[in-house]
Design a protein around this ligand. Structure first.
Ligand code: BGC
Length: 261
């Protein structure tokens, strides 16, 4: 646990399931106060809040659409109204779907870019405006993916959004470094979350994915949450603009693992 996190206020977008929930639960253990954003899964968000409280923290569930400025502003307002401040913003909400690119509709392209990339911009903008106004040492964590680096056929919109998140993060990390605002990325690989449930329930697909991970296993959401807690804490005080991959080595060219090449 990181003692400096106690009583810190965090917004986490997309925290009704998966990695967002795991981060919220971990922040509960850190005794933080968490705005648990959800889009449509109110039950999941309420369950997350209950676990945060059981773990020793505090939380509220807030429905908001991260694709809009009003949605992000509402999350900030709730943090201030309920918990008095904002210390950390985690842009976690994301989505994916698979289409061959010549058949990918403009609607699907726009939806994925709006949630995964524009949502990160709007969340970061909202948090930055508050930190700058208050002259506050702030912290932003963006959820990217190994696919900010690894091309992913039939997921061109998703890969494009995550590639965008990478350079967006690096750019604003540089832009706000002198103001003591740190901005970092986390790049999860194959993680045991609802987004992957169907894929990993199929033994063949599970084996195919595991084969692409040098550690030969799927990651757990808690392992991503541990990275988020470290980036949130003062233990990472001199770290900004990085992507911390939590991927069992997936980004290390696993095809070379047997020494051929
Ligand atoms: C995706 C997962 C995928 C993983 C590795 C993640 O960004 O959300 O669906 O399994 O990358 O390819």
């Amino acid at each position: 646990m990181y003692q400096d996190l106690e009583n810190k206020v965090a917004v986490i977008t997309g925290a009704s399931k998966g990695i967002g929930t795991a981060i919220a639960e971990r922040f509960g253990k850190e005794k933080m106060k968490v705005v648990v954003n959800y889009h449509s899964d109110e039950t999941g968000a309420q369950e997350t809040v209950a676990i945060i409280k059981e773990n020793g923290g505090d939380g509220i569930a807030v429905q908001a659409d991260v694709e809009t400025e009003e949605g992000n502003q509402l999350l900030l307002n709730q943090a201030i109204d309920k918990f008095g401040d904002l210390d950390l913003w985690v842009n976690n909400a994301g989505m994916e779907n698979s289409h061959e690119t010549h058949e990918l509709s403009l609607e699907d392209w726009n939806k994925v870019i709006n949630v995964n990339l524009t949502g990160v911009f709007l969340g970061a903008k909202t948090a930055l405006a508050y930190f700058v106004e208050k002259n506050k040492k702030g912290n932003i964590i963006n959820m990217s993916s190994v696919h900010q680096q690894i091309p992913w056929p039939t997921f061109a919109h998703y890969a494009a959004s995550k590639g965008g998140v990478k350079l967006f993060t690096e750019t604003i990390a540089m832009e706000y470094a002198e103001k003591n605002i740190r901005v970092n990325n986390i790049g999860p690989g194959a993680i045991n979350t609802p987004i992957n449930a169907k894929k990993f329930a199929d033994p063949e697909q599970l084996a195919a994915t595991t084969a692409m991970v040098p550690m030969k296993k799927i990651g757990e959401p808690e392992e991503v949450a541990a990275a988020a807690a470290w980036l949130a804490s003062a233990e990472s005080s001199y770290v900004t603009g990085i992507t911390l991959f939590v991927d069992g080595g997936m980004t290390l060219y696993p095809a070379f693992q047997d020494g051929k090449g």
